[in-house]
Design a protein around this ligand. Structure first.
Ligand code: SAM
Length: 247
């Protein structure tokens, strides 16, 4: 339900009563109409928190593509296992959006981290003893090349139709290069060219367990305890086409 226009965006109330925005530039919403908070937890953060249990490293490094309203980052902070530190890296082209977030109407669950939201919105950075958040106002394609040893990547760009540069096989190759061997990529996308790129790069493909929300794709370099996508069966019927860089 569209509430009102705020400059480059329209404020939208989703089905779980949490708010997102619709970008007038991309003509897409930042979250699914099923629920901004619900989508964030079930598609991305819940999977990472679950898989973290099998990771011995004390510090978990997360790449949030891209920051947008910061739901993925903030919900990760709220669900941090007590025995883990989090370091979250996130690129975002839209500085005006980040600066506006300290006034965004987040779900009440975010109240306890309002000091973090304010710091991140003002300084693009936050650090305490357990959490470090770094936002870089730059193109995600350049930023990912500067990182290493990332445990979880939340692949949450706008759709390939309008944000194609963040769904190409070249970009996913860069993600693979920085992913920890025990890590995973989570995304809402089930598009064949996206799954095909991940498959060609040697990822194993899984999907979500919960029926609470539309299922997406989880890509990992090893077997994980999630429903497997039988992509080889699919490839008997469809051609394995991927999105490629245009230049
Ligand atoms: C679907 S939204 C992300 C939603 C976000 N994860 C959240 O929880 O609110 C996609 C974001 O990607 C940003 N973006 C698009 N292309 C980008 C690029 N090449 N580099 C960095 N940011 C980009 C957009 O400005 C937008 O904020």
């Amino acid at each position: 339900m569209i509430e009102k226009e705020v400059g480059k965006w329209e404020k939208v109330k989703t089905k779980d009563d949490t708010f997102t925005l619709k970008s007038l530039e991309y003509n897409e919403c930042y979250h699914s109409s099923e629920g901004a908070l619900k989508e964030t937890y079930y598609k991305h953060v819940g999977v990472a928190v679950d898989l973290m249990k099998d990771i011995e490293d004390e510090e978990i490094r997360i790449l949030d593509i891209c920051f947008g309203l910061g739901y993925n980052t903030f919900v990760s902070v709220l669900n941090r296992p007590k025995n883990k530190k989090l370091k979250i890296f996130s690129p975002e082209l839209d500085l005006e959006l980040i600066k506006s977030l300290k006034n965004f109407k987040y779900p009440k669950e975010f109240n306890e981290i309002s000091h973090i939201i304010k710091k991140v919105s003002e300084n693009l950075y936050y650090k305490d003893d357990f959490v470090e958040i770094e936002i870089k106002n730059t193109d995600a394609r350049d930023y990912v090349k500067t990182l290493n040893n990332i445990h979880f990547i939340y692949q949450d760009a706008f759709s390939p139709k309008v944000n194609r540069e963040l769904w190409t096989i070249e970009y996913f190759r860069d993600l693979k290069n920085i992913l920890n061997k025990n890590g995973a990529i989570t995304t809402y996308s089930v598009a064949t060219p996206v799954r095909c790129a991940l498959y060609k790069l040697g990822f194993k493909l899984f999907t979500h367990k919960s029926d609470i929300i539309r299922k997406g794709t989880i890509a990992a370099l090893k077997d994980i305890d999630y429903p497997k996508v039988d992509f080889e069966e699919k490839l008997k019927r469809v051609e394995c086409k991927v999105y490629e860089d245009e230049n």
